[in-house]
Design a protein around this ligand. Structure first.
Ligand code: MG
Ligand code: MG
Ligand code: MG
Length: 307
């Protein structure tokens, strides 16, 4: 029997990471491999809604891998965002749509495309390999595209993502707009989360030019209700800054209906955020008009303004 392959996405999993792990494991299994999907943390409410709708089980949690493990990464490539021990494991494949900060000792399949979603790349892999797409897999890939592109509103969304989503919606037998809004809304309910949980729903740490920072994002349908908790969110952010020795922390609540983000930025180098977006922080907050994408708007602007 061939080695088991562990398929997983990034820590603090989002819908693309969970869906793409399940889908790539499904595709690899169809191609005769012994592949299993894993998650590196709890699934969020949006993802749970997608899994329930298409009747797919949540993957098991993976805490670490070692040098005996064959792994495939989806929706990430930076080791800092991956599983413990990943640098020692045998990385067989990466399927991703992020900037590349990656090095291995062995050759591998590295499939990267600048599309809005990893799942769009996986759709193309099914086609290339002539493997049929089941309704649940189509539903998961569609959910991932809706999630990563904020229902096609994000500047990360390409024409190809839209076309693929249309095809997947037919197989999944859902109305994209109706299903998409319901799924996104399911992810915005943070009322029962502690401040620590809120800032950790979807946060990523980055380091560049001697600066270490974190960008956290939550989706919202009502920014005021998120910011009614501003002071306790700031306490949680201050704690993260101290514990991780961060130069600054940016928390963004993204209004999924109006496609804007309101941010909290704190830390010694929080002025980087002001420069990056041409705003002045007022009580640590600012409104970023038409900014919804961490990958294509928030992160590059910040990276360009680090000193
Ligand atoms: Mg992701
Ligand atoms: Mg993604
Ligand atoms: Mg994301």
């Amino acid at each position: 029997m061939e080695n088991k392959i562990f398929v997983f996405g990034h820590q603090k999993p989002d819908t693309d990471t969970i869906a793409s792990s399940i889908v790539l494991a499904n595709l690899q299994t169809a191609l005769g491999k012994n592949a299993t999907a894993y998650k590196l943390g709890n699934v969020n409410k949006e993802t749970a809604y997608a899994l329930k709708t298409f009747e797919v089980e949540e993957p098991q949690t993976l805490n670490e891998v070692d040098e005996n493990c064959d792994v495939m990464l989806v929706d990430h490539n930076e080791f800092a965002q991956s599983v413990n021990g990943v640098e020692k494991s045998n990385i067989k494949m990466v399927v991703d749509h992020h900037k590349i900060k990656f090095e291995t000792k062995e050759p591998l399949f590295y499939i990267a495309e600048p599309l809005g979603c990893t799942a769009s790349i996986l759709y193309k892999l099914y086609k290339q390999n002539d493997v049929e797409i089941s309704k649940p897999m189509a539903g998961l890939m569609l959910s991932a595209i809706i999630s990563d592109t904020l229902l096609f509103k994000s500047p990360t969304c390409t024409d190809e993502d839209k076309k693929i989503a249309e095809k997947l919606a037919k197989i999944a037998d859902v109305d994209v707009d109706v299903y998409g809004k319901e799924m996104l809304k399911a992810g915005t309910d943070i009322s029962e989360f502690t401040p620590y949980q809120v800032i950790n729903i979807d946060s990523k740490e980055f380091s560049d030019k001697n600066a270490r920072f974190e960008i956290s994002q939550v989706n919202a349908v009502d920014l005021d209700s998120v910011f009614s908790r501003q002071s306790e969110l700031e306490d949680a952010i201050q704690k993260e800054i101290k514990e991780k020795n961060l130069d600054f922390y940016m928390f963004a609540a993204t209004d999924i209906l109006n496609a804007n983000s309101k941010i909290i930025a704190i830390g010694n180098k929080a002025n980087t955020v002001e420069k990056a977006f041409g705003v002045t922080l007022n009580n640590n907050t600012a409104m970023l008009d038409n900014v919804v994408s961490r990958k294509k708007q928030m992160l590059p602007n910040i990276l360009n303004n680090l000193d």
